[in-house]
Design a protein. Structure first.
Length: 149
C-alpha cells in the first residue's frame, strides 16, 4: 500500500491495529516520491525546456527528493518527509516542497531555457543577483542555497 498522506497512514493503522509493524511505517513515511506530473505540466515543460535540460531537471527533482527522504529518515523517523513538486510559469519553473497536508514553500526557481537555478526571493519570483547553479550540476545540490537539506 502506497502511503502519501497522513490520512493514508491512519487508514493503515485502522486496517491492522494489532499487527502494525512500526519499522514498516517508518519506511513508508520516509520513502516519499516526487509529486506526479500532469499532462499539462509536461506540455508546458516541453515548450519551455530543451529535451536534455528537461531530463536533467527531472533528475534534479529526484535528487532533491532523495535528499529530503534521507534527511527525514535520519533525523525524524516518525514524520512524513516533504514531497518535492513544481509549477511551470512563463520563464521559470518553481520547485516546491509540500510538508504536512497543506503547507507549501518554494525551494528554488529553475530558468526554463538554460536550466539555471535561482534562489527564491519569495513565493512568486527568484533573486536574480547571481545564479546558484544549474540542473546539470547534480553534485552541487544542497550547496550555496539551492536545494534544502
Amino acid at each position: 500500500m502506497k502511503v502519501n498522506t497522513m490520512h493514508d497512514l491512519q487508514d493503515l493503522f485502522e486496517a491492522e491495529p494489532q499487527e502494525t509493524d512500526y519499522r514498516k511505517v517508518r519506511h513508508i513515511l520516509n520513502t516519499r516520491t516526487t509529486a506526479p506530473t500532469t499532462a499539462k505540466q509536461e506540455k508546458q515543460l516541453a515548450r519551455m525546456m530543451p529535451e536534455k535540460i528537461r531530463r536533467d531537471f527531472y533528475a534534479y527533482l529526484e535528487a532533491l527528493q532523495a535528499r529530503s527522504n534521507a534527511y527525514f529518515s535520519k533525523g525524524f523517523p516518525n514524520i512524513a518527509g516533504d514531497q518535492i513538486g513544481f509549477e511551470v510559469g512563463r520563464k521559470f519553473v518553481k520547485v516546491t516542497r509540500v510538508y504536512g497536508e497543506t503547507q507549501k514553500s518554494v525551494v528554488v526557481f529553475v530558468e526554463g531555457a538554460t536550466g539555471t537555478v535561482w534562489k527564491a526571493a519569495g513565493w512568486s519570483q527568484p533573486t536574480l543577483n547571481f545564479p546558484r547553479g544549474n540542473v546539470q550540476e547534480q553534485s552541487k545540490i544542497g550547496q550555496d542555497g539551492w536545494g534544502h537539506y
